[in-house]
Design a protein around this ligand. Structure first.
Ligand code: APR
Length: 320
């Protein structure tokens, strides 16, 4: 059986890291696409030359021609511009919306059967626009944010509790922005919910509140440290986890930006929710119950995404 084909649209910091990880994990053959002539070709060759030492079997091709992504099983989209210090993800809207139009058309014409994972920010609005421009079924187009935000939350929790992150589960709901909702009640250490751990005296409410806020600001913290771009190792790893769930039909339960049609009270839009990812793409949205307070935070986050979608429609009336 032929290897799966993984097309990476955007060969910048995240795109290059995605290619490296996909090759190391032997997920399939990789095509790196970018508009910057030389960049995708250079990165593909560089990673291919790591193959003999690492011992992976995968071909890597760099290209500026959409025809080369033909028949891709998975497309991961990072095309666009990242944040600079002081910018919010929303500041990227106008420029990255134009990029989503060309990427959506490229995928529609060349890889209409792919499972598409968008990473470009502002995430929830960009994945919505990408689905509109590409015309692919909504269950085959999703956005990577929740896996990353949850990984950040899990990392901070494992450090606080001094335990392996393997034993920490956590998830984050809502939009991938300042209003995201790290779910404290549904996050656990070895199955023990965080509120119980506070009650047991293992940590304090103040420390939990600080970790929730640090999770919300996780992207900005890296942008501030790097000074010339945004995070790429953890975002790439998170998207690869989603791609692997699809390619291997793992039925993973992962939070991601998925199209909601009534689930969690959200109608006709993309937002971060718990999903099941398998060979059918987004096979299910886990329609969890929220408390009144959680629902209020979630609704606020949904409203923020709605505002961005409205702004997209104003910029590009073809989306209305
Ligand atoms: N088509 C294809 N590639 C494009 C296009 C386009 N229309 N426009 C820009 N690109 C490419 C750039 O040439 C660049 O190589 O997208 C790549 C983006 O790479 P980086 O600038 O290194 O950005 P990166 O850190 O990878 O982040 C990409 O993901 O997390 C988000 O906010 C982040 O929106 C940003 C995206």
């Amino acid at each position: 059986m032929a290897r799966p084909k993984i097309a990476l649209i955007g060969a910048g910091q995240i795109g290059g890291t995605l290619a490296h990880l996909a090759a190391l994990k032997e997920l399939g053959d990789v095509v790196l696409f970018d508009i910057a002539e030389g960049t995708p070709q250079g990165k593909a060759l560089d990673i291919a030359e790591a193959g003999p030492s690492e011992g992976f079997d995968a071909t890597l091709k760099g290209t500026t021609d959409y025809a080369d992504i033909a028949g891709a099983d998975v497309c991961i989209v990072t095309a666009g511009v990242p944040r600079k210090p002081g910018m919010s993800r929303d500041d990227l809207l106008g420029i990255n919306l134009k990029v989503m139009k060309s990427v959506g058309e490229g995928i529609k014409a060349n890889a209409p059967d792919a499972f598409v994972i968008c990473i470009t920010n502002p995430l929830d609005a960009m994945v919505w626009a990408l689905q509109q421009f590409s015309g692919l079924p909504a269950n085959k187009v999703c956005g990577m944010a929740g896996v990353l935000d949850s990984a950040r939350f899990r990392h901070f929790l494992s450090v606080e509790f001094g335990v392996s992150m393997k034993d920490v589960t956590a998830f984050v709901l809502g939009g991938h922005g300042d209003t995201m909702v790290p779910s404290v009640r549904y996050s656990t250490v070895a199955g023990i919910p965080l509120p119980d751990l506070v009650e047991m005296g293992w940590t304090t409410q103040e420390k939990m509140d600080a970790i929730v806020q640090r999770t919300r600001d996780g992207g900005a913290e890296i942008v501030g440290l790097l000074g010339n771009g945004s995070a790429y190792y953890a975002p790439a790893t998170s998207a690869i986890e989603m791609a692997e769930a699809y390619l291997k039909d793992q039925k993973r339960v992962l939070p991601c930006a998925a199209y909601c049609d009534g689930e969690l009270g959200v109608d006709d839009m993309y937002v971060g929710v718990p999903t099941v990812i398998g060979a059918g793409g987004i096979e299910k949205i886990v329609n969890i119950k929220l408390t009144k307070e959680e629902q209020e935070m979630f609704d606020k986050s949904v409203d923020a995404v709605k505002g961005l979608v409205k702004a997209c429609k104003e910029i590009d009336p073809s989306l209305a």
